[in-house]
Design a protein around this ligand. Structure first.
Ligand code: ADP
Ligand code: ZN
Length: 735
């Protein structure tokens, strides 16, 4: 007898290991990539077989048996499992939780890949029945019978009948009793959505676009590119041409976008230009829709998949190209649970699938630029706007708003007035939602603070509340100070306040606010953006939600209300970030005939950052920042991992990380620097005390070797139970 097969199963629990099981009794066909139901402790869990083995560390008699094999054929391929293992190793995250992140909820909970369809069909007797005679006595029954005669032997699904004849069940009863009809279940089959659009040709590419496309076409197999093109330079046109090539080769294409709000415009453009219906995957889908989309990708039917970051895990057996649009965007990084960068996984994935990957941005990250310098990526430049539109003009203006204190200075107000008179559209950008960032007492100067966080409460005027943007706490907006009873007033300006000011100063013009408060309802973002795009709104005011990727044809003036917020940040990425957000929002202006103007309100016009940005653009800021990072040993010249911990009791998190630091001290490679532990910049959040420990290394390998031993040690550490802790590899937020 040959050695028994042992299944190594990934189970959705926070432990960094696989679990060994024996196959279901009498079933030896289980393969990696199939799901099984396994006993786990006293519970049952759905797991995925990651590998088969001949032996186990456990004695044979201790091995438990799988209770069920859920997939006869694997639902994850070797290449999908490879990506999952890579993500688990690289991010030092339990493999079972990575699998869970990669699967749609219905598969995670054990539902079949193909759902069972309830169907109704005619029997032989039904086919022979006299429909006309029946129509005289029972017209409803006759109608149903005729529909099913027309449908043929496969019958129709209950869902389809519900739609066609909402009242069909009543008519079906007697027909079923007479055995003219029969009910049964079968596996749903899936048809890719049909697209009615015929591909319309796009503009002829300009010289820069042609050169970029040529370079992209010149390789087959893995290669990574940065399409470094100013806003409106026609990056999307280049993707479209390349996508067309890849589809013509019968390969699949994955497009990753940072936000769901960016998908409608892109999807309709893809549909029109390619004449196929893109398969969309994002957090706004229902479970069944998500599974259907996932399945069509997994079966190779979906040719073009567009999704937000988690779509990077979608199985694509014929993957030929990944496009990561707006690669600099922070939404591509997941900041909780499995903390991964969809961009970085996309690159790894392209490499192992021997596919091309194109990162696109007008403001590429310094990490990506450094990859270009070192030759890992090919940098393709589109330095000018396509179709002849001029680049927007940047101008610094005084935020002086006289005595109004409402955030809109005289210079900006005048410019808005002018643009509106000329029939242009205006966008005001400000990274603060709510009415005002805090409430101050006019008597004692007390500021409204959150009881559970080290932070201020934001004033929200629409529902007269004070809200904490960190923990979600909410109270009624008070009329007077709780300490001295004097009057209170909002301090500073948020989007609601700017909206009010605009309505007051520019009566008769339509103002549209777009932030996460104004777009809570399903479909609200899409509707607001459509209104903006069609020019229904004269003035748009909003947060970064508005600044990304959109094309508003009529927009001629952008005002950055509070640019100084980012000027003195302590994070080593402050300059990069500020430059990205200014250039991105500026890029919304003047994308068609009229040149765009960008007014930046700042109290520090002499700051070297502004000089650099205005004279040299993003490239100058990036170059200076790269030099600085190299000198001070920050990424991309070193690698970081951030250990975070939080606990109910003050001191516990810090003590835990102190222990970790000591543990590391023993095995620390020479290249590693340990910074901290320290209290987090916001030391208390939602009632929990937070601390962090930063590991910095000049080489990736030794850092990862250390983390690989650290993780299991911490999982086994009793002191770790008192705290919640996490490892963030390549963190982009250091708090
Ligand atoms: P990006 O993705 O770089 O922001 P887009 O591809 O959206 O740029 O192009 C910006 C605008 O310029 C779009 O309206 C697009 O149709 C137009 N455009 C792009 N390439 C050309 C071209 N070669 N000739 C004329 N118009 C172009
Ligand atoms: Zn709070």
């Amino acid at each position: 007898m040959s050695d028994p097969t042992i299944l190594q199963v990934a189970v959705n629990v926070p432990l960094s290991r696989l679990f060994d099981y024996l196959p279901v009794d009498g079933r030896n066909a289980a393969q990696p990539g199939s799901r099984v139901v396994v006993p786990f402790g006293r519970q049952k869990q759905v797991g995925v077989i990651m590998a088969l083995a001949n032996s186990s560390d456990l004695p044979m008699h201790k091995l438990r048996r799988c209770q069920a094999l859920l997939d006869e054929a694997p639902i994850l391929s070797a290449s999908d499992l490879n990506l999952i293992s890579f993500a688990s190793d690289y991010y030092h995250h339990p493999v079972g939780e990575v699998v869970a992140a990669a699967l749609p909820a219905l598969l995670r909970s054990g539902k079949p890949l193909l759902p069972d369809l309830q169907c109704v069909a005619i029997t032989a007797a039904g086919a022979a029945a006299d429909v006309e005679a029946l129509a005289r006595r029972a017209p409803r029954q006759a109608e149903l019978l005729q529909v099913l005669v027309d449908a043929g032997g496969n019958g129709m699904s209950v869902d389809a009948l519900n739609e066609l004849l909402p009242d069909w069940r009543r008519a079906a009863k007697p027909l079923l009793a007479k055995e003219l009809l029969t009910r049964f279940t079968r596996k749903a089959d899936w048809h890719p959505p049909v697209c009615d659009d015929i591909a319309v040709p796009g503009p002829d590419l300009n010289e820069d676009q042609k050169r970029a496309l040529e370079s992209l076409r010149s390789v087959s197999g893995y290669a990574a590119f940065l399409l470094d093109g100013v806003t409106g330079s026609g990056k999307t046109e280049v993707y479209l041409q390349l996508i067309r090539d890849v589809l013509a080769d019968s390969q699949q294409v994955l497009i990753l976008v940072p936000e769901i709000g960016l998908t409608p415009q892109l999807v309709s453009r893809l549909r029109q230009r390619l004449g196929i219906e893109p398969t969309v995957l994002h957090s706004g889908l229902g479970d069944a829709e998500r599974l259907a989309a996932w399945r069509s990708a997994q079966q190779g039917l979906a040719q073009l998949v567009v999704g937000t970051r988690s779509a990077v895990f979608t199985p694509l057996p014929k993957l030929g190209l990944i496009v990561v649009d707006e690669e600099h965007d922070h939404s591509l990084k997941q900041q909780e649970g499995l903390r991964y960068s969809a961009r970085d996984l996309a690159i790894m994935r392209a490499r192992s699938s021997n596919a091309r990957v194109v990162l696109g941005s007008a403001t590429p990250t310094l990490e990506t630029l450094q990859h270009c310098r070192s030759g890992n990526f090919t940098q393709l430049r589109l330095p000018a706007r396509a179709g002849g539109a001029l680049p927007p003009r940047l101008r610094l203006v005084d935020p002086d708003d006289g005595t109004s204190g409402d955030g809109l200075g005289v210079a900006l107000t005048t410019a808005i007035e002018q643009q509106l008179r000329l029939g242009g559209q205006v966008l005001l950008f400000l990274n603060r939602r709510g009415f005002a960032p805090t409430l101050i007492c006019t008597g004692c100067g007390h500021l409204a603070e959150c009881a559970r966080c080290d932070s201020r409460m934001t004033v929200h005027a629409r529902d007269r509340s004070l809200r904490c943007h960190h923990c979600g706490a909410q109270t009624r907006l008070p009329d007077s100070c709780a300490h001295c009873n004097a009057a209170v007033k909002p301090l500073g300006a948020g989007t609601e306040r700017i909206e009010d000011v605009l309505l007051r100063r520019f009566p008769g013009y339509a103002v549209q606010r777009i932030d996460s408060d104004s777009t809570q309802q399903r479909g609200a973002i899409e509707a607001a953006l459509l209104a903006a795009e069609q020019g229904d709104a004269d003035i748009l005011v909003g947060t970064q939600m508005l600044s990304k990727g959109h094309h508003f044809p009529k927009l001629t003036l952008v005002g950055v209300v509070n640019a100084d917020q980012g000027l003195f940040g302590t994070d080593f990425r402050a300059a990069e970030r500020l430059a990205q957000s200014i250039i991105q929002v500026a890029g919304r202006a003047g994308r068609e005939a009229q040149q765009g103007e960008v007014l930046i309100q700042t109290a520090f016009p002499e700051h070297p950052f502004w000089r650099m940005l205005i004279s040299g653009g993003y490239a100058a800021v990036a170059e200076a920042a790269l030099a600085e990072r190299e000198q001070s040993h920050w990424p991309p010249f070193t690698r970081l991992a951030l250990l975070r911990a939080n606990a109910h009791r003050q001191g516990d998190a810090l003590a835990f990380l102190q222990g970790v630091a000591e543990l590391i001290a023993d095995r620390r490679p020479a290249t590693l620097r340990v910074l901290g532990p320290v209290n987090a910049p916001m030391a208390r959040k939602a009632g929990r005390y937070r601390a962090q420990l930063l590991l910095q290394s000049s080489d990736r390998k030794s850092l990862h070797l250390l983390l690989a031993t650290l993780r299991p040690a911490l999982e086994a550490e009793p002191a770790a139970r008192k705290v919640r802790w996490s490892i963030d590899v390549d963190p982009i937020e250091l708090f």
